[in-house]
Write a protein that binds this ligand. Structure first.
Ligand code: PBG
Length: 420
């Protein structure tokens, strides 16, 4: 061995360096600054879209039991939540309407004064210049049977009759000012029907975000509570079987050919393989929807102190982006955008570790509401009273400048900026 070679080095000078002990991947993980420099995927508030629910004829926001921190908004509180999302830097909002009355064809969806169309007008007027306003284009919230389309005499969902309703709904939403319509009903031909109707009505610039690969998922359960769904049974005759992967590429190719501007995969966390396939197959932006059940599972685990809420949220969003999603719909969009505010990326936050009460507000982040503060205090108190937990999260402490243990005090902040 040549004099001066590092201890343990086996290769002679000039030899190819092919592995240990010369090659040491850990060098690039040794400090928070190094990890931050070489991170392949970054989260950015601009790629996050916040789904919001607005309910007709309510005078106060109604909490959704299975989605702590998410509410059914009044028209007024919806506007406030949209403003908060815009100030946090969120890229867009996706609106869902819950009407007071329902019927077989979902008349409320095409009524210009129906709750969703009215809410679109409100939100576009308030923040339409600051973020992208999207609206769900589907009948399930508006039908008394809860299906995404109209029914044939034999009780099955009538694909082609539904397309005519979607066409009318698309025009109503575009007239209300929606920048983007999200075709989420999984009817065959829905993107073409909507594009044709929009263009015929002069709405050439309205964007279609196609729920292209949408699985019949148990993870939509909390959403069905959120929209007070009337559905009995399931949607397996139109949404996809989670067993299928190639089928998603077929659905995506059809939607792209029909004129989709953005294609979406849903749910996100259980479809990372599909997101990657789709991102490789199309030259359109790819969206992924982190759905209500993904939110509920993580919130429930965090509320029990079983998981580090903040790290888990950032990890799930980061890997959805890593799989290939350009934009992500998530009920944490506004909160995460606040975290990301002043260069507070994941690594830096891990570096700083736990700060009692959470990190100080960053410029551009709204001060917490009294409700958020009291929820945060309650969570902190509970957290401190559980001594056995402190060791469980002490994984971030190793390495140069690593934070001490307890790298994740739950903040308990509301998921969608609910006004107090
Ligand atoms: C249909 C629609 C659903 C969701 C978004 N759009 C419900 C369904 O397909 O049953 C689910 C979103 C979520 O679970 O967060 N309008």
């Amino acid at each position: 061995m040549a004099a001066g070679s590092p201890p343990g080095r086996s290769a002679a000078q000039g030899d190819l360096i092919v592995g240990y002990p010369d090659v040491r991947p850990r060098r690039l993980r040794a400090s928070p600054a190094m990890r931050r420099l070489v991170a392949e995927t970054r989260l950015d508030a601009a790629c996050l879209v916040l789904p919001l629910f607005v309910r007709e004829a309510v005078d106060a926001p109604i909490p959704i039991g299975s989605m702590p921190g998410v509410v059914n908004h009044t028209r007024a509180s919806l506007v406030e939540a949209a403003r908060a999302a815009a100030s946090a830097g969120v890229g867009g909002v996706m609106l869902f309407g819950v009407p007071a009355e329902r019927d077989a064809v979902g008349s409320g969806a095409t009524d210009p004064d129906g709750i969703l169309n009215a809410a679109v007008r409100d939100v576009v007027a308030a923040v339409g210049g600051d973020l992208v306003v999207m609206a769900d284009l589907c009948l399930d919230e508006f039908t008394d049977h809860g299906h995404c389309g109209v029914l044939a005499d034999d009780g099955t969902v009538d694909n082609d009759a539904t397309l005519a309703r979607y066409a009318d709904m698309a025009v109503a939403l575009a007239q209300a000012g929606a920048h983007v319509v999200g075709t989420s009903g999984m009817m065959d031909g829905q993107v073409a029907a909507v594009r044709t109707a929009l263009d015929a009505a002069g709405h050439r610039d309205t964007v279609i975000l196609a729920y292209a690969a949408k699985y019949a998922s148990a993870l939509y359960g909390p959403f069905r509570e959120a929209v007070d769904s009337a559905l009995v049974g399931d949607r397996r005759t139109y949404q996809q079987d989670p067993a299928n992967r190639r089928e998603s590429l077929r659905e995506v190719a059809l939607d792209a050919a029909e004129g989709a501007d953005i294609v979406m995969v849903k749910p996100a966390g259980t479809s990372l393989d599909v997101i990657a396939d789709v991102a490789a197959a199309v030259d359109l932006p790819v969206a992924a929807y982190q759905v209500s059940g993904e939110y509920a599972m993580l919130e429930a685990a965090a509320a029990n102190g079983w998981i580090d809420r903040e790290r888990a949220i950032l990890e799930t969003l980061t890997v959805i982006r890593r799989a290939g999603a350009d934009l992500v719909l998530t009920y944490w969009a506004a909160e995460v955008a606040g975290w990301l505010g002043a260069g507070q990326d994941e690594v830096l936050r891990g570096h700083r570790g736990a700060v009692p009460g959470g990190l100080p507000p960053t410029p551009g982040e709204l001060p917490p509401t009294p409700r958020e503060l009291s929820a945060r205090d309650a969570n902190l108190r509970e957290f401190r009273e559980m001594p056995t937990r402190s060791g469980a999260f002490a994984v971030a402490g190793e390495g140069v400048g690593g934070a001490a243990a307890e790298g994740g005090v739950p903040t308990g902040a509301a998921g969608d900026g609910v006004p107090a």
